[in-house]
Design a protein around this ligand. Structure first.
Ligand SMILES: [Zn+2]
Length: 263
């Protein structure tokens, strides 16, 4: 089975050496992961070293053909539609958004030009959703229902499926928007009980999710470097052990993401 994983955060060596592209490749080899999507760092994480995150990642990826890049947005810089266009021009197929870390409300007025541009350009948005020490009303998963309603062709993932606390809300959004096939559950950091109990969903909820939204709407992610080899293997083993068909597991572990990236 070919594994294509979503949701790796990568960093320049001087910012976080454990989160370098080389370390990501090492983890991929150790876990038999063929390809991965790497997110550019957030602007605030690299501002002090004077790096433009999207340009940095695009440049690095010239050396790495097993890794796809997704961009990030610098909210402080403004001109969000232009930033989305630049991301697409760099060859990236998506954007990682973290409303809690980047401190924005999912439905804030200033974000709308970003969503419209991403919808137009067919970029996949990956939203961090799960309690993350910022005013919850800014990133409550239910906000994604209105987002899907306003931008019916916009493709996005609900990472961590809302975490343990908001799993049912995320499930409501996923099932409410099933017809469009554009809203995905990000199976990321939700199967490591010892590492992150706050987002732990466990195998039973994964099977429930597959029964309710279909394996077509589920995408496996790494959360590298916050998760290491141990947690990644644990997650893959748990997905492989689910009471689902081989085909379903192949879709979750990369088939769905591969189809999205090839569009
Ligand atoms: Zn993340």
């Amino acid at each position: 089975m070919t594994i294509l994983a979503n949701h790796a955060h990568v960093f320049p060596e001087e910012v976080w050496s454990e989160g370098s592209l080389e370390e990501l490749l090492r983890l991929m080899d150790a876990c038999q992961i063929d390809q991965a999507v790497a997110f550019a760092p957030f602007a605030d994480q690299v501002r002090k070293v004077g790096i433009e995150p999207n340009l940095w990642l695009a440049d690095e990826l010239r050396k790495h053909d097993r890794i796809y890049g997704f961009g990030t947005i610098d909210l402080k810089a403004g001109g969000l539609a232009g930033q989305v266009e630049t991301i697409a021009q760099l060859g990236f197929k998506g954007i990682k958004l973290h409303p809690a870390f980047q401190k924005f409300n999912i439905l804030a007025e200033e974000l709308h030009e970003l969503y419209a541009a991403a919808e137009e350009l067919g970029l996949l948005l990956c939203f961090h959703l799960g309690v993350h020490w910022h005013l919850i009303k800014d990133y409550h998963p239910l906000l994604c229902d209105e987002l899907a309603h306003l931008y019916p062709r916009l493709k996005f993932t609900m990472e961590h499926v809302g975490g343990l606390s908001f799993f049912l809300d995320a499930l409501a959004v996923l099932t409410n928007n099933l017809e469009s096939k554009n809203v995905y559950a990000g199976i990321t950091s939700v199967l490591n009980k010892d590492k992150n109990l706050l987002w732990y969903l466990g195998p039973e909820r994964m099977e429930l999710l597959a029964a309710l939204i279909g394996s077509e709407q589920m995408i496996f992610g790494l959360d590298f470097p916050y998760n290491g080899i141990y947690e990644t293997k644990e997650t893959i083993d748990m997905i492989q052990g689910l009471d689902l068909s081989k085909e379903d597991k192949a879709k979750i572990l990369g088939g769905n993401l591969s189809a999205l990236l090839s569009k």
